[in-house]
Design a protein around this ligand. Structure first.
Ligand code: HEM
Ligand code: HEM
Length: 182
């Protein structure tokens, strides 16, 4: 049964919306920080953002796991996408967003584990300091964490552009069902 917490075919419920918008804000924080790092290089502002990058990224890892599980539990209630080309592309696009939202922090955490230096985001001891580096655990993040994170940002830009098309060109309820106006 649909309550205001759960999804319905007309709109996304409170839990889905809370996850979507809080995670969008945290992703924006991550990209802003790394953008500042690219622009300013070594700088006090960069140091501030870099200091928050790993804990915020770890929080995002937890949130994406919760969001994936919640999404599966709501799968059959969610607003359906039409079986047209645009509808199918939307579903495929969301699937790629999920894949990257999972992969990007997951390989970074694997690298933290493999570094052997120990890792305690938000002061919570997650990985112990073993003093031993494990090369295969470092390689995936060294090769792909940054580049796939920027790829995720490019996809998010496309996602937001499509929302704008829905809102101002097609004038349908796509944004309203995620913003809470429905
Ligand atoms: C899910 C959220 C995350 C996003 C969107 C994200 C995004 C990024 C971006 C855009 C860069 C800059 C790449 C460049 O210099 O061009 C970066 C670098 C970095 N990130 Fe993340 N990150 C996330 C999670 C994490 C986590 C969980 C950790 C570690 C616990 C981490 C550790 C690092 C490190 C060490 C670098 C610098 C080295 C490198 O580029 O691989 N990140 N991240
Ligand atoms: C200003 C930024 C954003 C806007 C305006 C926005 C808007 C929307 C809207 C209107 C929907 C519903 C689309 C539908 O029902 O087909 C949606 C769904 C979705 N959005 Fe966003 N979004 C934003 C940022 C993001 C970011 C940063 C991510 C991921 C990194 C993201 C990932 C998703 C995903 C995966 C869905 C599918 C529903 C779900 O499982 O949560 N969005 N978004």
């Amino acid at each position: 049964m649909a309550s205001r917490w759960t999804d319905s075919p007309q709109r996304y419920g409170l839990v889905t919306r809370l996850l979507h918008w809080s995670m969008a804000a945290l992703f924006a924080w991550q990209f802003l920080g790394m953008g500042v790092k690219l622009l300013l290089g070594r700088h006090a502002v960069t140091a501030f953002f870099v200091g928050t990058h790993k804990p915020v990224g770890t929080l995002l890892m937890l949130l994406i796991l919760l969001r994936g599980a919640w999404g599966l539990s709501q799968w059959r209630n969610r607003p359906p996408h039409p079986p047209t080309l645009v509808g199918r592309l939307a579903v495929a696009g969301h699937a790629v967003l999920y894949a990257l939202m999972f992969y990007v922090p997951a390989v970074a955490l694997l690298r933290e584990y493999g570094s052997g230096r120990g890792f305690a985001p938000w002061g919570i001891p997650l990985f112990p300091a073993t003093g031993e580096q494990v090369a295969w655990m470092l390689a995936p993040a060294n090769l792909s964490h940054g580049v796939l994170a920027w790829t995720l940002l490019a996809l998010v830009a496309g996602h937001v552009a499509m929302v704008a098309v829905h809102q101002w060109w097609w004038r349908d309820a796509t944004l309203a069902r995620m913003s809470g106006r429905l």
